[in-house]
Design a protein around this ligand. Structure first.
Ligand code: SAM
Length: 323
């Protein structure tokens, strides 16, 4: 049969109900809600909406913009991981939150195999969680609440007191979560915590559950230091102090800033006047770091020093999320 005719016939296959459900899942990555479903079905029946127009409306909706931003971030990160490239100098459009930087940065550094702990998974972006589930690592998620995730061991616990033996993980992922530890988490439907700063307790506990040659990937909001109630922001010095007081060595670190033209790497970042929520929907700058618990041990091995030197002399690569 003529191939274009076959495609045209296939586009009208199946019931309208199945078509509407499939398009919502494909384009907006969610099931259709009952109100949207009833509206679409009545218009499809009346002939005032075609299947092509429904696809167009979904693909040009505001909701689909966020789906694209996150899908682009995941695609960039996972493709870099497959090439074994630790991407740096990321770029992303203005008006986006820091996930468009954090997600590709972390995914490109995700181990190929091994046991990986994701801390704060319960409210993580679904696209990021799905990327981790597709990555082939043995995934364990920990949070104060439980989210139903198939393919991952979900553990309800406080990151400051983890129910795992020493050295249980090859890698820990801490994406925009450290700043919330010990803060007022009522925004996530959880009980408010005390006013004490217990972020270093969390870091020490994560160091305990990491293998000696393991790695912690951490991303945090960057800028003028301040307690915002539901999270605490630091400048680069403040975060570095927390990392080193907990016994971590900074293997790699990169600051990003939301500027007029979008997200850009900021090697000479200055925190003055950089306040949360003033340049975009969330953080105005973000710090991405890879930490290791065993600096001295690695430096004294024959290849240890060479690895450190090579890491710091990696070639610069320019990438723009979504392009
Ligand atoms: C900004 S949200 C989630 C960020 C998420 N990792 C992502 O990728 O978008 C912060 C998360 O940290 C969790 N959280 C806050 N304090 C915690 C603690 N003490 N122990 C474990 N999880 C905690 C919250 O429940 C929430 O899921």
């Amino acid at each position: 049969m003529d191939a274009r005719l076959a495609a045209e016939l296939a586009a009208h296959d199946g019931s309208d109900e199945a078509f509407v459900e499939a398009m919502f899942r494909q384009v907006l990555r969610r099931p259709v809600d009952s109100e949207a479903e009833a509206r679409a079905l009545s218009k499809l029946t009346a002939g005032t909406l075609s299947r092509a127009t429904l696809i167009h409306e979904l693909a040009t909706s505001e909701e689909s913009v966020r789906v694209r931003e996150l899908d682009d971030a995941v695609a960039l990160g996972l493709a870099a991981r497959a090439r074994r490239e630790r991407i740096r100098w990321l770029q992303a459009f203005p008006g986006t939150d820091e996930r468009v930087i954090e997600i590709p940065w972390v995914l490109s550094r995700l181990r190929a195999t091994g046991r990986v702990l994701e801390v704060g998974y319960a409210f993580a972006e679904t696209a990021y969680l799905a990327a981790l589930l597709r990555s082939g690592v043995e995934l364990v998620g920990v949070d104060l609440v439980t989210r139903d995730v198939v393919g991952m061991e979900a553990v309800e616990a406080d990151v400051r007191q983890l129910p795992f033996p020493d050295g249980s993980f090859d890698q820990v992922l801490l994406v925009s979560t450290l700043e919330h530890v010990g803060a007022d988490n009522t925004v996530y439907g959880l009980e408010a915590a005390g006013a004490d700063d217990t972020r270093s307790e969390a870091l020490r506990e994560l160091k305990r559950v990491l293998r000696r040659d393991g790695r912690l990937l951490v991303t945090v909001p960057l800028g003028e230091p301040g307690d915002h109630g539901w999270f605490r922001q630091e400048d680069e010095r403040g975060w570095n102090e927390l990392f080193s007081h907990a016994g971590f060595f900074v293997e790699e670190i990169e600051a990003y800033e939301l500027q007029d033209e979008g997200w850009r790497a900021a090697p000479a970042f200055r925190p003055e006047g950089v306040r949360y929520g003033e340049r975009g929907p969330a953080a105005s700058a973000v710090l991405c770091a890879e930490l290791s618990p065993g600096r001295l041990r690695r430096l004294i091995t024959p290849t240890g020093l060479a690895v450190t030197v090579r890491r710091r002399a990696r070639p610069i690569r320019h990438r723009r999320a979504g392009q």
